[in-house]
Write a new protein. Structure first.
Length: 94
C-alpha cells in the first residue's frame, strides 16, 4: 500500500514570495490532505500486521520499511546511504 501521489505536486516554475508560498501551501493542503489521505497510513501502521511496532520487533521493521518506501515514493532522498539510522538508548543499539 502506497500513499497515492497528490495531483497538485507539479507546480511548475515561478518565483515564491512569502504570500505566494502561503497561498500555494493552502491550495496543496486543500487538494492533498483529504480524510482518506490522512487515514490510510494510520490504518496501515495501526494494523495488527505491524504487531505494535516496539523497537526491535518484526512490526517495527515492517513499519520502518513501509515508511522508507513512502519517502522514496514521494521523491525524498536519504541523508547518506539510507533512511535508517541507528542510535543508542538505554545501553542498546536501536
Amino acid at each position: 500500500m502506497l500513499i497515492a501521489p497528490c495531483r497538485a505536486q507539479s507546480i511548475g516554475r515561478f518565483v515564491l514570495t512569502p504570500s505566494r508560498t502561503v497561498e500555494l501551501g493552502a491550495r496543496l493542503a486543500e487538494e492533498c490532505l483529504t480524510d482518506e489521505a490522512l487515514a490510510s497510513p494510520i490504518r496501515f501502521l495501526s494494523d495488527s500486521l505491524c504487531l505494535g511496532r516496539a523497537s526491535g520487533t518484526a512490526g517495527a521493521v515492517e513499519s520502518s520499511l513501509w515508511i522508507a518506501r513512502q519517502y522514496e515514493h514521494m521523491g525524498l532522498m536519504p541523508m547518506g546511504d539510507s533512511f535508517f539510522k541507528s542510535f543508542t538508548a538505554g545501553g542498546k543499539v536501536c
